[in-house]
Design a protein. Structure first.
Length: 277
């Protein structure tokens, strides 16, 4: 099984990961639930980068390298640049072989700068973050309603391919339909399949400026909450631990965690009560 799993090419130009799994006789869940990995030293650096980036999401690789050197690590900039790409946080776009723009990739303007968000399903946003494990890492994508902060859907993957973002999008669209959908300019969100799905629903597409972490401020706040209140406290051993832990946390976040900005209501109360009125 492990040898066959190694034959999968996440960036294959014609075959999706799901189709490759089918051809190789591997369950897709079995493939995705194997963590991505690096050397022990690089994993340690990635843990430090993740914690510092969660505090300061505007840090690029030069500043992150400078900070790590101040902490006593004799590392070069190219290593940190590569690791940040691997983590999907270099300028908030994914690693090199998945982030190259193709002729099919399209960029859209940022529509939220002066927009007054007044109701659920007016604006949804999505982003990806790195989740550390004891001996590897995975990626978490979520779709959030901006008005209520309700997390409509989420998925975990060990690769930065488009498929898990599409799954999260489909699950969210099963609950409703936004007027505007905002993302960063990562290849998953500029892919023809993602754009076509939104366009087919007549949803206006908005994209952050490249490297502008705070253009998607509410989902960046969600990542800080997920990490400080769940991930950093648990130190997951396996991908399944992460799936279970994050699933439980996001359910609590949606249905039990009171938000001051929501008048001390939960995201679920605001999202569903508004839609019932």
């Amino acid at each position: 099984m492990a040898n066959r799993r190694n034959l999968i090419e996440p960036a294959h130009p014609k075959l999706s990961i799901a189709r490759q799994c089918e051809l190789l006789g591997i369950s897709r869940s079995g493939y995705y639930y194997e963590p991505a990995t690096e050397s022990p030293f690089n994993l340690m650096l990635m843990r430090l980068i993740d914690e510092e980036y969660t505090r300061f999401p505007f840090y690029g690789s030069p500043r992150m390298t400078a900070w790590l050197r101040r902490e006593g690590y004799a590392i070069n900039h190219k290593r940190i640049e590569r690791l940040m790409r691997e983590m999907g946080i270099e300028g908030l776009h994914p690693k090199r072989n998945l982030s190259k723009s193709s002729d099919d990739d399209r960029k859209y303007p940022y529509l939220l700068a002066d927009l007054k968000v007044e109701r659920p399903d007016q604006v949804w946003s999505s982003a990806i973050t790195y989740i550390r494990l004891a001996k590897g890492f995975v990626y978490l994508v979520a779709v959030m309603d901006w008005y209520s902060r309700f997390v409509l859907s989420w998925e975990i993957s060990n690769t930065l391919d488009t498929h898990f973002c599409m799954e999260a999008l489909e699950r969210a669209l099963a609950k409703g339909r936004p007027e505007i959908f905002n993302t960063d300019q990562g290849a998953q969100f500029t892919s023809s399949s993602f754009i076509s799905r939104l366009s087919g629903e007549k949803i206006r597409i908005s994209m952050d400026g490249r490297g502008r972490a705070f253009d998607n401020i509410f989902i960046e706040r969600l990542w800080r909450s997920v990490k400080y209140e769940e991930v950093y406290l648990k130190d997951y051993e396996t991908v399944m631990d992460a799936v279970t832990g994050i699933g439980s946390y996001l359910d609590l976040y949606n249905r039990e965690r009171l938000h001051q900005s929501l008048g001390y209501h939960t995201p679920a109360e605001v999202y569903f009560s508004f839609n019932l009125n």
